[in-house]
Design a protein around this ligand. Structure first.
Ligand SMILES: [Fe+2]
Ligand SMILES: [Fe+2]
Length: 272
């Protein structure tokens, strides 16, 4: 069995509503306090770690999230549009390189990523076996598309197809990415979501994403689950946004997901 804590859209950086990234620091501290231990869930972060993808913001995110690593949590992370350019609307290759070196290299411990200048395609799709579950991270911000939209891209789809073919039929599969699978607004959409769905071919048991800052779940029997053949689809809101008017602040956009060897994955909303 694999348990995951799904976080998304942390937006570390200058932010009037989140001074000194206090909410993220509190969230990390609460998760460490409640979940650290030999059976600690893995932490899945579906992109937009920062606001502008600057080296300073990424270093800060790596420093805050490094606490998870120190406490023995396994980290699964993919980039978002805000991690590869100012305000998420402009793609800068230098920001992509920063993400690769600091997040993939330093935080996720991929030695090759620390020095390579631009080889994100070597690191995504990121396929890892975690407690008997195949976890596959996609880079949907690897583009020079319109504003905050994204795409998986032909090269990554081909690698994904190969990866899926190598996973035994009885191994559960979790796929995570930043862009929203069902967002059709041009400036925000995942352009090749249909191609991705075709490549997944109903093989994924759980799909996680963020981007729209809207918390939602599509379970078995839902139209989206039937269309894609994916048992459970989870969209995370902005994990660092507090519930309005709640004092002390609550964090509604955090979910605990459980993937079993067989059967449908389950979820529980956490209020930390
Ligand atoms: Fe975001
Ligand atoms: Fe985003």
């Amino acid at each position: 069995m694999l348990q995951l804590i799904h976080l998304s859209d942390l937006h570390v950086g200058p932010n009037k509503r989140n001074k000194n990234n206090l909410r993220l620091r509190m969230l990390v501290a609460r998760i460490c306090q409640q979940f650290a231990g030999p059976d600690a869930p893995a932490i899945l972060i579906s992109g937009d770690l920062t606001n502008n993808g600057t080296a300073a913001e990424l270093r800060q995110a790596v420093k805050i999230l490094g606490r998870f690593k120190e406490r023995g949590f396994r980290l699964l992370i993919c980039p978002g549009n805000h991690d590869v350019g100012p305000m998420g609307n402009t793609f800068h290759r230098s920001a992509q390189v920063n993400f690769q070196q600091l997040v993939v290299g330093e935080l996720l411990g991929e030695q090759r990523a620390r020095t390579a200048t631009n080889r994100m395609h070597e690191f995504y799709p990121r396929v890892e076996m975690v407690r008997g579950v195949a976890c596959i991270g996609l880079d949907t911000a690897n583009r020079e598309d319109h504003l905050a939209s994204g795409r998986v891209g032909e090269r990554q789809l081909a690698s994904l197809r190969t990866a899926l073919a190598g996973i035994a039929a009885d191994v559960p599969i979790v796929v995570y990415m930043h862009h929203h699978m069902f967002q059709w607004v041009h400036s925000m959409r995942l352009w090749d979501s249909e191609a991705l769905s075709a490549v997944l071919g109903g093989r994924a048991n759980l799909l996680c994403f963020g981007h729209k800052h809207q918390s939602r779940v599509w379970g078995p029997g839902s139209k989206r689950s039937r269309e894609t053949g994916i048992d459970l689809i989870v969209s995370s809101g902005q994990s660092t946004a507090p519930k309005r008017r709640s004092r002390p602040p609550k964090f509604p956009h955090v979910r605990l997901l459980t993937v079993q060897k067989s059967g449908v994955p389950s979820y529980k909303d956490l209020c930390l």
